[in-house]
Ligand binder design. Structure first.
Ligand code: ADP
Ligand code: MG
Length: 273
């Protein structure tokens, strides 16, 4: 069954990691208003485990709000999100949803890594301490294990030699790569990226996108808000285009980017390409 705002079955790209079973995101009829302004308007979207979804759309179309609802940084007015069948921020009792307590919400958030536009590293901590903090605080790893894991992750992002550096001594691209390593330290099933390269000088964009591309091969479910069309073309299993809080078009990268069905998509692409 094809619902409005959803791609026809043949439009959905084959997930690269067929064996992946964790990290399935199901977004059902989500609406969210700020005052009178509807930031999300009946958004439904299923994101298969291990796939890469790129979300495109003009400024103010609700992309960040959607990402924030996926780990309950934003409460919704209607609808719900499930990750691997668990309601995000809620538990179900009969046919009612009850909001989880703060502690349970924090525990649930472990499954979602979040990378922001502005890196948000802890400035008073070294790179290594930034990465080991969360797994130790959450009791997932002891200090020795966390340090071992941190060095693995530093290798993943190509910055082992920066373990003892301070964030302020790194370039923006390096800081963002550390922020990605830090998010990965909790072994999330899902990684959410909100315009991860838009605060970077153009020459630093590539090194961050390369790290995200590498992650795409790892089986983590990736949801990436970006204006980097070339990246979408290379990496996305699926592109979602949003306008005014709604999903207006979704399909494979070539479908949405080369043969957009909606005029809003065409106009947007003319501007960013
Ligand atoms: P995008 O990320 O696509 O640029 P956002 O999700 O940030 O869009 O915002 C969608 C709309 O919701 C915008 O009109 C924005 O001004 C509004 N909005 C987002 N967050 C808030 C907030 N905390 N309070 C009030 N309005 C907000
Ligand atoms: Mg945004």
């Amino acid at each position: 069954v094809t619902r409005p705002g959803q791609a026809a079955p043949e439009a959905v790209a084959t997930p690269r990691t067929r064996t992946q079973t964790a990290g399935r995101i199901e977004i059902s009829n989500l609406s969210k208003s700020f005052g009178l302004h509807k930031a999300l308007n009946d958004v439904s979207l299923t994101i298969e485990p291990g796939t890469v979804t790129v979300i495109l759309g003009p400024s103010g179309s609700g992309k960040s709000t959607l990402l924030r609802t996926i780990n309950h940084l934003e409460r919704v007015d209607e609808g719900f999100i499930q990750i691997d069948g668990d309601y995000v921020g809620y538990r179900r009792k009969g046919d009612k949803l009850y909001e989880l307590k703060e502690k349970a919400i924090l525990k649930q958030r472990i499954h979602c890594g979040y990378v922001f536009q502005n890196f948000n590293l802890f400035p008073h901590m070294t790179v290594l301490d930034n990465i080991i903090e969360a797994p130790i605080v959450h009791g997932l790893l002891n200090r020795k294990q966390a340090i071992e894991r941190a060095y693995e992750l530093l290798d993943t992002v190509g910055l082992r030699e920066k373990a003892n550096a301070w964030p302020r001594h790194l370039s923006g691209g390096q800081q963002q790569r550390i922020a990605i390593a830090r998010a990965l330290a909790l072994n999330p099933k899902v990684m959410l990226f909100d315009e991860p390269t838009s605060a970077l000088d153009p020459e630093l964009v590539g090194e961050v996108l390369d790290v995200i591309k590498k992650l795409a091969e790892s089986g983590v479910t990736l949801v990436v808000v970006t204006h980097e069309i070339g990246f979408a073309r290379q990496v996305a299993d699926r592109v979602v285009f949003m306008v005014d809080g709604a999903v207006v078009e979704t399909g494979s990268a070539s479908q949405v980017l080369d043969n957009p069905r909606h005029q809003r998509t065409r106009r947007f692409l003319e501007k960013v390409l």
